[in-house]
Design a protein around this ligand. Structure first.
Ligand code: XIL
Length: 366
């Protein structure tokens, strides 16, 4: 293992080399020297961020921060079905292979996001399933077997099914080709196929708003309890944890604790914290705050501190699969693009300098 001091030095060298190698790609010259501590060196559990691989390749400052801070890598979208199988029955593993290489070079755990998600199912799969419903089950089996099998021992864990529950309230998500064609059984089928392909992989059910929508949380808990009683090979629960400043700590703590009582691994898999709000749909942002004030930055620091502290407090160490940020800087955050609103949900600012939120995380990890 490279020591954290070694890594910090590498990060430092990479960052001071930037003005010469990257030229005008570097936007904030004053932020080129990394003075903040490496999160991975102070974190008791794996700490990660999602990254979009191609833009990342062109941004040396982003690379130096990513290598310095994170011990876990989640692909923002590069590992989803529409990316790895854009056309009928032909895998494109080129980007995933590069990601594997990157994570091996920098000793990062690669987390697979995701296998089955209604939202990244390619149109060709939906069309084919509508014409020939029997085909979908065999496709799912082959897709998972080949994909998970290829990266056996390289991808540490997978979000096997993402967002299989309704956006809000109880019950399964029905607006999904998987549910429409195969019924709720598709979820356990996916877990079984993934386990067959890599018996050592850590297999997660992942969803959003579990920490705040108690009906949705109960649906997740009864599905997981049923899986455990029937030995469906689930090993973890992913709380995406796209939260808002006003989600009460008490409800986050309570749901995390109850989830941990299952004995499964608990992953905060997509953390960010917004000030504004949205309706959970693309373009559905509701803008309340236009500017980020110093007071808001301090409040956000406290919220990040609280979230990490709650995780450390209520989830037993042996079940701490880790905390992953959904992008770690406000310049690149998906929130602005997806919800079409301004916000500042992450730990680094638009110039890739650490925000008070970053120091909130540091204090909670220390
Ligand atoms: C998002 C990506 O960040 C965006 O770039 C893309 O346009 C849509 O998907 N929950 C998830 C992630 O599980 O896969 C989503 O990622 C964000 C919400």
């Amino acid at each position: 293992m490279r020591s954290s001091r070694h890594r910090a030095i590498i990060g430092f060298i990479l960052s001071i080399a930037l003005p010469f190698s990257a030229g005008c790609a570097v936007q904030n010259q004053s932020a080129n020297v990394i003075e903040e501590p490496a999160l991975r060196s102070i974190s008791p559990f794996p700490i990660g961020s999602s990254i979009r691989y191609l833009p990342f390749q062109k941004d040396l400052r982003l690379q130096s921060l990513q290598k310095l801070h994170f011990s876990s890598y989640t692909a923002g979208s590069d590992m989803k079905m529409h990316q790895v199988m854009p056309m009928e029955n032909s895998f494109d593993f080129s980007v995933v292979d590069s990601i594997v290489q990157h994570t091996e070079d920098y000793e990062q755990r690669l987390f697979g996001h995701n296998l089955i998600w209604h939202s990244s199912t390619p149109t060709w799969v939906k069309n084919k399933a509508k014409k020939n419903p029997e085909w979908l089950a065999s496709f799912m089996r082959e897709y998972i077997h080949e994909y998970v099998g290829r990266y056996r021992g390289k991808v540490h864990g997978w979000d096997v099914v993402n967002e299989g529950l309704k956006t809000a309230g109880s019950g399964y998500r029905t607006d999904s080709i998987w549910y429409e064609t195969l019924g709720p059984q598709y979820i356990e089928m996916a877990f079984r196929y993934a386990h067959e392909a890599d018996p050592d992989a850590v297999l997660f059910y992942n969803d959003f708003n579990l920490e705040r929508d108690l009906d949705k949380f109960e649906s997740m808990m009864s599905m997981v309890g049923d899986f455990q009683s029937r030995e469906v090979p689930i090993s973890g629960i992913g709380f995406q944890m796209h939260i808002r400043m006003d989600i009460p700590n008490s409800i986050i703590a309570e749901t995390l604790k109850r989830a941990a009582d299952t004995g499964l691994q608990i992953h905060l898999s997509e953390v960010d914290i917004i000030f504004n709000t949205h309706d959970d749909s693309r373009g559905g942002g509701i803008q309340r705050f236009d500017t980020l004030t110093p007071e808001m930055k301090v409040a956000q620091k406290k919220k990040y501190y609280d979230l990490v502290t709650i995780y450390r407090t209520v989830v037993p160490e042996s079940q701490q699969y880790g905390i992953t940020f959904w992008g770690f800087n406000d310049r690149d955050t998906w929130i602005r693009r997806f919800f079409d609103m301004q916000d500042w949900p992450t730990i680094y600012d638009d110039n890739l300098a650490p925000k008070p939120a970053f120091w909130g995380v540091v204090e909670a990890l220390n």
